[in-house]
Design a protein around this ligand. Sequence first.
Ligand code: TPP
Ligand code: SF4
Length: 285
Amino acid sequence: MTVRIDDYRSAVENHWCPGCGNFGILEAVKKSLVQLDLPPEKVVVCTGIGQAPKLPHYLRVNTFNGLHGREVASATAIKCAAPDLTVLVHAGDGGAYGEGGNHFLHAIRRNIDITLVVHDNKVYGLTKGQASPMTTRGTKAKIHPHGVPSNALNPLALAIAQNCGFVAQCMSARGDHLAATLSAAIRHKGFSLVHVLQPCVSWDKVHTYAYYKEHCYELGADYDPGDRMKALELVLAEGDRLPLGILYRTEQPTFEDLALSHLDAPLRDLPVDSGRIERLMPKFQ
Ligand SMILES: Cc1ncc(C[n+]2csc(CCOP(=O)(O)OP(=O)(O)O)c2C)c(N)n1
Ligand code: SF4
């Protein structure tokens, strides 16, 4: 089979602001799915609400567009029912780490084989630039004129500390690097986090393309992603140098291996015995 970029082209009109970093992420996702030779019918993209979650509207692919912050939950259910599908989650930093923060933590523990791509634009973009979990403390804007009082989250440190099997950071304008990292994340067996730095040209005038060009650097071939302490040291370092690449990687049994391997067939293909609940209920009465 040879999948082409056009197989993923959607006819839906795009509503992102011109120059938004989401465009780079969308193109890199297409490139990665083509690199992996994955046909659209084998891919599901789960999203919630926001600018990032519009991504599957612009991609001809299966999608489940649910509640804000619940995108990992729907992806988990779909992967359990149909393990043969490639399941991606696209969420904003608000959806992934704010409303969906609890799902993020527990998906790492569960290690289900899905890929979470977080579009980190450092704001709640769709609702006009309120502070998100990634907004730097002290940031002033019309909506928080006295400066944001809370510290920003460090999701990369959280994920590595929790032994997440695949943790990467990318930048939306570095398309080839992002596509290659997404392909590695999708190939990884287990939960993978790809945290993508993405300029919001409308609501964040600090984290611009020029800012990321100045502060980002790609990890070299001599970097060992198997070294957890080194990875933690990198993501906990003070300062404004931003490492890009696979920060940490380790193999471990997946949720499917541990909790679903006793099934005779994928949940999707098992017969539904609707009388079973009625027969069970008397035992609890
Ligand atoms: C549970 C819930 N909380 C809040 C909202 C309102 N809301 C919708 S989109 C959004 C902001 C989205 O920001 P983010 O997830 O960072 O994505 P972005 O738009 O920046 O890509 C908010 C607050 C909602 N729809 N549901
Ligand atoms: S508001 Fe920001 S995140 Fe949303 S489309 Fe515009 S530039 Fe992109």
